[in-house]
Design a protein around this ligand. Sequence first.
Ligand SMILES: *Cc1c(COP(=O)(O)O)cnc(C)c1O
Length: 414
Amino acid sequence: MTDVTRDWYDHYMMPNYAPAKMIPVRGEGSRMWDQDGREYIDFAGGIAVNALGHAHPRLIAALTEQASKLWHTANVFATEPALRLAKTLTERTFADKVFFSNSGAEANEAALKLARRYAFDHYGEKKDRIIAFESAFHGRTLLTVTAGGQPDYRKGFGPLPGAIEHLPFNDISSLETAIDDRVCAVIVEPVQGEGGVIAADPAFMKAIRALCDKHQALMIVDEVQTGVGRTGRLYAYEWFDITPDIMTTAKGIGGGFPIAATLSTSGVAESLKVGTHGSTWGGNPIGCAVASVVLDIVDEPTFLQGVIERRQIFEEGLMAIAERYGVFKEVRGKGLLIGCALAEDWHGKARDFLQAAQNEGVFILVAGASVLRFAPSLIIPSEDILEGLNRLDRAVASVCASADAQTEKRAAAV
Ligand SMILES: *Cc1c(COP(=O)(O)O)cnc(C)c1O
Protein backbone atom coordinates (compact mmCIF):
# COMPACT_ATOMS: atom_id res chain seq x y z
CA MET A 1 0.00 0.00 0.00
CA THR A 2 1.03 3.57 -0.56
CA ASP A 3 0.06 6.83 1.08
CA VAL A 4 0.82 8.90 -2.03
CA THR A 5 -2.30 10.47 -3.51
CA ARG A 6 -3.00 12.64 -6.53
CA ASP A 7 -3.73 15.57 -4.13
CA TRP A 8 -0.01 15.77 -3.54
CA TYR A 9 0.38 17.11 -7.04
CA ASP A 10 -1.67 20.18 -6.22
CA HIS A 11 0.12 20.62 -2.90
CA TYR A 12 3.74 20.13 -3.89
CA MET A 13 4.20 20.53 -7.64
CA MET A 14 4.33 23.67 -9.76
CA PRO A 15 1.03 23.85 -11.61
CA ASN A 16 2.35 23.79 -15.18
CA TYR A 17 0.77 20.41 -15.98
CA ALA A 18 -2.71 19.02 -15.43
CA PRO A 19 -2.00 15.28 -14.98
CA ALA A 20 -4.71 12.63 -14.98
CA LYS A 21 -6.62 11.92 -11.79
CA MET A 22 -5.17 8.42 -11.52
CA ILE A 23 -1.52 7.62 -10.79
CA PRO A 24 0.10 4.91 -12.91
CA VAL A 25 2.46 2.70 -10.92
CA ARG A 26 3.51 -0.10 -13.25
CA GLY A 27 3.98 -0.86 -16.92
CA GLU A 28 4.78 -3.93 -18.94
CA GLY A 29 4.98 -3.88 -22.71
CA SER A 30 2.08 -1.73 -23.86
CA ARG A 31 -0.05 -2.18 -20.75
CA MET A 32 -0.04 0.00 -17.65
CA TRP A 33 -1.69 -0.23 -14.23
CA ASP A 34 -2.73 2.49 -11.80
CA GLN A 35 -2.73 2.56 -7.99
CA ASP A 36 -6.09 0.79 -7.92
CA GLY A 37 -4.88 -2.02 -10.17
CA ARG A 38 -6.87 -0.79 -13.16
CA GLU A 39 -5.27 -1.74 -16.47
CA TYR A 40 -4.75 0.56 -19.47
CA ILE A 41 -3.45 0.15 -23.01
CA ASP A 42 -0.69 2.62 -23.72
CA PHE A 43 -1.03 4.33 -27.11
CA ALA A 44 0.91 7.35 -25.78
CA GLY A 45 4.26 5.67 -25.15
CA GLY A 46 5.36 8.39 -22.73
CA ILE A 47 5.07 10.83 -25.68
CA ALA A 48 6.99 8.76 -28.23
CA VAL A 49 9.64 7.89 -25.63
CA ASN A 50 9.00 4.26 -24.71
CA ALA A 51 10.05 2.93 -28.11
CA LEU A 52 10.21 -0.64 -26.75
CA GLY A 53 7.32 -0.37 -24.33
CA HIS A 54 7.63 -0.64 -20.58
CA ALA A 55 10.12 -2.84 -18.74
CA HIS A 56 11.78 -4.36 -21.80
CA PRO A 57 13.99 -7.16 -20.42
CA ARG A 58 17.04 -6.22 -22.51
CA LEU A 59 16.85 -2.60 -21.38
CA ILE A 60 16.49 -3.64 -17.75
CA ALA A 61 19.54 -5.85 -18.18
CA ALA A 62 21.62 -3.08 -19.79
CA LEU A 63 20.57 -0.60 -17.14
CA THR A 64 21.25 -2.82 -14.13
CA GLU A 65 24.53 -4.08 -15.53
CA GLN A 66 25.83 -0.55 -16.09
CA ALA A 67 24.37 0.64 -12.76
CA SER A 68 26.53 -1.88 -10.93
CA LYS A 69 29.67 -0.69 -12.77
CA LEU A 70 29.79 3.09 -13.18
CA TRP A 71 27.05 5.70 -12.82
CA HIS A 72 28.58 8.99 -13.70
CA THR A 73 31.83 10.76 -14.48
CA ALA A 74 30.72 13.96 -16.26
CA ASN A 75 32.80 15.05 -19.21
CA VAL A 76 36.08 14.94 -17.30
CA PHE A 77 36.38 11.34 -18.56
CA ALA A 78 35.34 9.54 -21.70
CA THR A 79 33.35 6.41 -20.83
CA GLU A 80 32.96 3.15 -22.70
CA PRO A 81 29.14 3.33 -23.05
CA ALA A 82 29.27 6.88 -24.47
CA LEU A 83 32.04 6.01 -26.94
CA ARG A 84 30.23 2.87 -28.04
CA LEU A 85 26.97 4.76 -28.58
CA ALA A 86 28.67 7.60 -30.45
CA LYS A 87 30.38 5.11 -32.77
CA THR A 88 27.09 3.35 -33.47
CA LEU A 89 25.24 6.61 -34.15
CA THR A 90 27.85 7.79 -36.63
CA GLU A 91 27.96 4.40 -38.37
CA ARG A 92 24.21 4.30 -38.82
CA THR A 93 23.51 7.91 -39.84
CA PHE A 94 24.97 10.65 -42.07
CA ALA A 95 26.82 12.08 -39.08
CA ASP A 96 30.51 11.96 -38.15
CA LYS A 97 30.34 13.45 -34.65
CA VAL A 98 28.07 13.36 -31.62
CA PHE A 99 27.40 15.63 -28.63
CA PHE A 100 25.36 14.09 -25.80
CA SER A 101 22.83 15.82 -23.57
CA ASN A 102 19.69 14.85 -21.67
CA SER A 103 16.61 16.16 -23.43
CA GLY A 104 15.26 17.24 -26.78
CA ALA A 105 15.42 20.91 -25.87
CA GLU A 106 19.08 20.62 -24.90
CA ALA A 107 19.91 18.76 -28.11
CA ASN A 108 18.23 21.50 -30.17
CA GLU A 109 19.80 24.24 -28.06
CA ALA A 110 23.20 22.74 -28.88
CA ALA A 111 22.26 22.42 -32.56
CA LEU A 112 21.23 26.07 -32.85
CA LYS A 113 24.25 27.30 -30.89
CA LEU A 114 26.52 25.15 -33.04
CA ALA A 115 24.99 26.58 -36.24
CA ARG A 116 25.48 30.16 -35.02
CA ARG A 117 29.03 29.41 -33.92
CA TYR A 118 29.88 27.70 -37.20
CA ALA A 119 28.61 30.72 -39.15
CA PHE A 120 30.54 33.05 -36.83
CA ASP A 121 33.76 31.06 -37.30
CA HIS A 122 33.49 30.87 -41.09
CA TYR A 123 31.54 33.93 -42.23
CA GLY A 124 31.55 36.45 -39.35
CA GLU A 125 29.01 37.63 -36.82
CA LYS A 126 26.52 39.06 -39.31
CA LYS A 127 25.42 35.60 -40.42
CA ASP A 128 23.09 34.98 -37.50
CA ARG A 129 19.54 34.54 -38.87
CA ILE A 130 17.70 31.35 -37.99
CA ILE A 131 14.66 30.29 -40.01
CA ALA A 132 12.08 28.05 -38.35
CA PHE A 133 8.48 27.17 -39.14
CA GLU A 134 5.02 27.97 -37.85
CA SER A 135 3.58 25.32 -35.50
CA ALA A 136 7.03 23.78 -35.02
CA PHE A 137 8.06 22.50 -31.62
CA HIS A 138 11.71 22.44 -30.59
CA GLY A 139 11.62 22.53 -26.78
CA ARG A 140 11.14 24.90 -23.86
CA THR A 141 14.48 26.59 -23.23
CA LEU A 142 14.40 30.24 -24.20
CA LEU A 143 16.24 29.70 -27.48
CA THR A 144 14.31 26.58 -28.50
CA VAL A 145 10.92 27.95 -27.49
CA THR A 146 11.70 31.02 -29.58
CA ALA A 147 12.59 28.77 -32.52
CA GLY A 148 9.30 26.94 -31.97
CA GLY A 149 6.38 28.22 -33.99
CA GLN A 150 3.78 28.42 -31.21
CA PRO A 151 3.66 32.02 -29.93
CA ASP A 152 1.66 31.05 -26.80
CA TYR A 153 4.62 29.07 -25.50
CA ARG A 154 6.92 32.10 -25.41
CA LYS A 155 4.37 34.70 -24.31
CA GLY A 156 5.52 36.57 -21.22
CA PHE A 157 9.05 35.18 -21.21
CA GLY A 158 10.78 38.04 -23.00
CA PRO A 159 13.17 39.46 -23.87
CA LEU A 160 13.65 36.61 -26.32
CA PRO A 161 16.74 35.74 -28.37
CA GLY A 162 16.71 37.63 -31.67
CA ALA A 163 17.13 36.94 -35.39
CA ILE A 164 14.71 33.99 -35.42
CA GLU A 165 11.90 34.05 -37.97
CA HIS A 166 8.96 31.74 -38.67
CA LEU A 167 7.70 30.84 -42.11
CA PRO A 168 4.70 28.72 -43.11
CA PHE A 169 5.52 24.99 -43.05
CA ASN A 170 5.63 23.20 -46.42
CA ASP A 171 5.67 26.52 -48.28
CA ILE A 172 8.65 26.59 -50.62
CA SER A 173 8.07 30.02 -52.14
CA SER A 174 8.04 31.86 -48.82
CA LEU A 175 11.33 30.19 -47.95
CA GLU A 176 12.80 31.20 -51.31
CA THR A 177 11.80 34.78 -50.59
CA ALA A 178 13.02 34.90 -47.00
CA ILE A 179 16.36 33.13 -47.17
CA ASP A 180 19.56 35.05 -47.87
CA ASP A 181 23.28 34.89 -47.07
CA ARG A 182 22.68 36.13 -43.53
CA VAL A 183 20.83 32.94 -42.65
CA CYS A 184 23.01 30.52 -40.65
CA ALA A 185 20.44 27.75 -40.19
CA VAL A 186 17.03 26.40 -41.09
CA ILE A 187 15.53 24.07 -38.47
CA VAL A 188 12.73 21.68 -39.42
CA GLU A 189 10.88 18.60 -38.12
CA PRO A 190 10.40 15.86 -40.77
CA VAL A 191 6.96 15.34 -39.25
CA GLN A 192 5.68 18.16 -37.05
CA GLY A 193 4.69 16.29 -33.89
CA GLU A 194 3.27 18.67 -31.29
CA GLY A 195 2.12 20.94 -34.12
CA GLY A 196 -0.52 18.49 -35.38
CA VAL A 197 1.31 15.43 -36.82
CA ILE A 198 1.96 16.96 -40.22
CA ALA A 199 4.58 15.40 -42.47
CA ALA A 200 6.91 17.61 -44.46
CA ASP A 201 6.46 17.38 -48.24
CA PRO A 202 9.44 15.70 -49.90
CA ALA A 203 9.76 18.69 -52.25
CA PHE A 204 9.84 21.03 -49.25
CA MET A 205 12.66 19.11 -47.55
CA LYS A 206 14.61 19.07 -50.82
CA ALA A 207 14.06 22.80 -51.28
CA ILE A 208 15.37 23.50 -47.77
CA ARG A 209 18.46 21.44 -48.57
CA ALA A 210 19.07 23.21 -51.88
CA LEU A 211 18.48 26.72 -50.49
CA CYS A 212 20.72 26.04 -47.49
CA ASP A 213 23.47 24.95 -49.86
CA LYS A 214 23.00 28.03 -52.02
CA HIS A 215 23.29 30.37 -49.02
CA GLN A 216 25.88 28.45 -46.94
CA ALA A 217 23.30 27.84 -44.23
CA LEU A 218 23.07 24.64 -42.19
CA MET A 219 20.02 22.39 -42.36
CA ILE A 220 19.07 21.23 -38.87
CA VAL A 221 16.65 18.32 -38.79
CA ASP A 222 14.89 17.96 -35.44
CA GLU A 223 14.28 14.22 -35.06
CA VAL A 224 13.54 14.36 -31.34
CA GLN A 225 10.12 12.81 -31.95
CA THR A 226 10.56 11.16 -35.36
CA GLY A 227 13.89 9.42 -34.69
CA VAL A 228 14.81 5.88 -33.65
CA GLY A 229 12.41 3.94 -35.84
CA ARG A 230 9.30 5.95 -35.06
CA THR A 231 8.43 6.49 -38.72
CA GLY A 232 9.61 3.11 -40.02
CA ARG A 233 13.15 4.26 -40.83
CA LEU A 234 15.90 4.63 -38.23
CA TYR A 235 15.69 8.39 -38.82
CA ALA A 236 12.90 10.05 -40.77
CA TYR A 237 15.24 12.15 -42.93
CA GLU A 238 15.98 8.89 -44.79
CA TRP A 239 12.47 9.08 -46.32
CA PHE A 240 13.30 12.37 -48.00
CA ASP A 241 16.49 11.57 -49.84
CA ILE A 242 18.34 14.45 -48.18
CA THR A 243 21.25 14.72 -45.75
CA PRO A 244 21.09 17.17 -42.87
CA ASP A 245 24.12 19.08 -41.58
CA ILE A 246 22.93 18.72 -38.00
CA MET A 247 20.35 16.34 -36.54
CA THR A 248 18.95 16.00 -33.04
CA THR A 249 17.62 12.86 -31.40
CA ALA A 250 16.08 12.34 -27.96
CA LYS A 251 12.70 10.89 -26.94
CA GLY A 252 12.89 7.32 -28.27
CA ILE A 253 16.63 6.83 -28.06
CA GLY A 254 16.76 6.04 -24.34
CA GLY A 255 13.61 3.92 -24.44
CA GLY A 256 12.46 5.86 -21.35
CA PHE A 257 15.83 6.86 -19.94
CA PRO A 258 16.57 10.58 -20.42
CA ILE A 259 19.32 10.90 -23.01
CA ALA A 260 19.67 13.02 -26.14
CA ALA A 261 22.23 13.76 -28.82
CA THR A 262 23.16 16.39 -31.38
CA LEU A 263 24.81 14.89 -34.46
CA SER A 264 26.69 16.64 -37.25
CA THR A 265 29.21 16.32 -40.02
CA SER A 266 32.84 16.65 -38.96
CA GLY A 267 33.34 20.05 -40.60
CA VAL A 268 30.48 21.56 -38.64
CA ALA A 269 31.44 19.78 -35.41
CA GLU A 270 34.84 21.53 -35.39
CA SER A 271 33.15 24.70 -34.21
CA LEU A 272 32.28 23.07 -30.88
CA LYS A 273 35.86 23.47 -29.65
CA VAL A 274 36.97 22.77 -26.09
CA GLY A 275 35.02 24.99 -23.73
CA THR A 276 32.39 26.25 -26.20
CA HIS A 277 29.52 24.14 -24.86
CA GLY A 278 28.83 21.47 -22.27
CA SER A 279 26.47 19.41 -20.12
CA THR A 280 27.12 17.83 -16.72
CA TRP A 281 25.03 14.72 -17.32
CA GLY A 282 25.43 14.52 -21.08
CA GLY A 283 26.74 11.10 -22.06
CA ASN A 284 25.82 9.56 -18.73
CA PRO A 285 27.06 5.94 -18.85
CA ILE A 286 23.73 4.40 -17.79
CA GLY A 287 21.77 6.33 -20.41
CA CYS A 288 24.31 5.50 -23.10
CA ALA A 289 24.35 1.80 -22.21
CA VAL A 290 20.57 1.64 -22.48
CA ALA A 291 20.46 3.66 -25.72
CA SER A 292 22.99 1.35 -27.40
CA VAL A 293 20.67 -1.58 -26.82
CA VAL A 294 17.66 0.41 -28.08
CA LEU A 295 19.52 1.20 -31.32
CA ASP A 296 20.68 -2.40 -31.72
CA ILE A 297 17.11 -3.62 -31.49
CA VAL A 298 15.50 -0.91 -33.60
CA ASP A 299 17.95 -0.66 -36.47
CA GLU A 300 17.05 -3.95 -38.14
CA PRO A 301 15.05 -4.23 -41.38
CA THR A 302 12.50 -6.64 -39.87
CA PHE A 303 12.00 -4.39 -36.86
CA LEU A 304 11.41 -1.32 -39.04
CA GLN A 305 9.09 -3.31 -41.30
CA GLY A 306 7.13 -4.20 -38.16
CA VAL A 307 6.55 -0.50 -37.52
CA ILE A 308 5.00 -0.10 -40.97
CA GLU A 309 2.82 -3.20 -40.45
CA ARG A 310 1.58 -1.94 -37.11
CA ARG A 311 0.69 1.38 -38.68
CA GLN A 312 -1.45 -0.50 -41.18
CA ILE A 313 -3.46 -2.10 -38.38
CA PHE A 314 -3.87 1.26 -36.67
CA GLU A 315 -4.88 3.01 -39.86
CA GLU A 316 -7.55 0.44 -40.72
CA GLY A 317 -9.01 0.59 -37.21
CA LEU A 318 -8.99 4.38 -37.10
CA MET A 319 -10.59 4.64 -40.54
CA ALA A 320 -13.33 2.28 -39.36
CA ILE A 321 -13.98 4.49 -36.34
CA ALA A 322 -13.94 7.53 -38.64
CA GLU A 323 -16.60 5.93 -40.83
CA ARG A 324 -18.77 4.81 -37.94
CA TYR A 325 -18.90 8.15 -36.16
CA GLY A 326 -17.75 10.77 -38.68
CA VAL A 327 -15.44 12.33 -36.11
CA PHE A 328 -12.11 12.19 -37.97
CA LYS A 329 -11.48 13.92 -41.27
CA GLU A 330 -7.96 12.55 -41.82
CA VAL A 331 -5.54 9.95 -40.49
CA ARG A 332 -2.00 11.21 -41.08
CA GLY A 333 1.64 11.13 -40.01
CA LYS A 334 4.25 8.48 -40.68
CA GLY A 335 4.83 5.05 -39.16
CA LEU A 336 3.78 4.93 -35.52
CA LEU A 337 3.51 8.69 -35.22
CA ILE A 338 -0.15 8.89 -36.07
CA GLY A 339 -2.48 11.88 -36.10
CA CYS A 340 -6.26 11.91 -36.38
CA ALA A 341 -7.50 15.34 -37.40
CA LEU A 342 -10.96 15.92 -35.96
CA ALA A 343 -13.79 16.80 -38.33
CA GLU A 344 -15.02 20.41 -38.37
CA ASP A 345 -17.85 19.83 -35.85
CA TRP A 346 -15.37 18.53 -33.31
CA HIS A 347 -12.75 21.24 -33.58
CA GLY A 348 -11.25 22.20 -30.24
CA LYS A 349 -12.51 18.99 -28.61
CA ALA A 350 -9.41 16.75 -28.70
CA ARG A 351 -9.12 16.75 -24.90
CA ASP A 352 -12.69 15.40 -24.56
CA PHE A 353 -11.64 12.37 -26.59
CA LEU A 354 -8.45 11.93 -24.58
CA GLN A 355 -10.42 11.99 -21.33
CA ALA A 356 -13.05 9.58 -22.64
CA ALA A 357 -10.31 7.25 -23.88
CA GLN A 358 -8.75 7.22 -20.44
CA ASN A 359 -12.12 6.40 -18.89
CA GLU A 360 -12.34 3.43 -21.27
CA GLY A 361 -8.81 2.26 -20.43
CA VAL A 362 -6.62 3.54 -23.24
CA PHE A 363 -4.03 6.32 -23.07
CA ILE A 364 -3.78 8.58 -26.12
CA LEU A 365 -2.19 11.98 -26.80
CA VAL A 366 -3.33 15.15 -28.44
CA ALA A 367 -1.41 17.48 -30.76
CA GLY A 368 -3.12 20.80 -30.31
CA ALA A 369 -6.83 21.16 -29.65
CA SER A 370 -8.11 19.40 -32.77
CA VAL A 371 -5.81 16.43 -33.41
CA LEU A 372 -5.58 13.10 -31.59
CA ARG A 373 -2.06 11.68 -31.55
CA PHE A 374 -0.82 8.12 -31.10
CA ALA A 375 2.83 7.27 -30.41
CA PRO A 376 2.78 3.74 -28.99
CA SER A 377 5.64 1.33 -28.41
CA LEU A 378 7.17 0.29 -31.73
CA ILE A 379 6.71 -3.35 -30.72
CA ILE A 380 3.12 -3.10 -29.48
CA PRO A 381 1.50 -6.51 -30.10
CA SER A 382 -1.34 -6.51 -32.62
CA GLU A 383 -3.80 -7.80 -30.00
CA ASP A 384 -3.01 -4.74 -27.86
CA ILE A 385 -3.57 -2.46 -30.86
CA LEU A 386 -6.95 -4.09 -31.55
CA GLU A 387 -8.02 -4.04 -27.91
CA GLY A 388 -6.93 -0.40 -27.58
CA LEU A 389 -8.88 0.49 -30.72
CA ASN A 390 -11.97 -1.25 -29.26
CA ARG A 391 -11.65 0.89 -26.19
CA LEU A 392 -11.13 3.99 -28.34
CA ASP A 393 -14.26 3.08 -30.31
CA ARG A 394 -16.26 3.02 -27.06
CA ALA A 395 -14.70 6.33 -26.01
CA VAL A 396 -15.66 7.98 -29.32
CA ALA A 397 -19.19 6.57 -28.96
CA SER A 398 -19.48 8.07 -25.49
CA VAL A 399 -18.25 11.51 -26.64
CA CYS A 400 -20.77 11.42 -29.51
CA ALA A 401 -23.57 10.29 -27.18
CA SER A 402 -22.96 13.10 -24.72
CA ALA A 403 -22.81 15.63 -27.58
CA ASP A 404 -26.15 14.27 -28.88
CA ALA A 405 -27.65 14.56 -25.42
CA GLN A 406 -26.53 18.18 -25.21
CA THR A 407 -28.00 18.98 -28.62
CA GLU A 408 -31.30 17.41 -27.62
CA LYS A 409 -31.34 19.38 -24.39
CA ARG A 410 -30.73 22.59 -26.33
CA ALA A 411 -33.40 21.70 -28.88
CA ALA A 412 -35.88 20.96 -26.08
CA ALA A 413 -35.10 24.31 -24.45
CA VAL A 414 -35.90 26.28 -27.63
C1 LIG B 1 9.51 16.73 -27.51
C2 LIG B 1 10.21 17.52 -28.56
C3 LIG B 1 11.25 18.42 -28.23
C4 LIG B 1 11.62 18.75 -26.81
O1 LIG B 1 12.11 17.66 -26.12
P1 LIG B 1 12.25 17.70 -24.51
O2 LIG B 1 12.93 16.42 -24.18
O3 LIG B 1 10.88 17.82 -23.95
O4 LIG B 1 13.07 18.90 -24.18
C5 LIG B 1 11.92 19.03 -29.27
N1 LIG B 1 11.60 18.79 -30.55
C6 LIG B 1 10.62 17.94 -30.91
C7 LIG B 1 10.33 17.70 -32.35
C8 LIG B 1 9.88 17.28 -29.92
O5 LIG B 1 8.89 16.46 -30.27
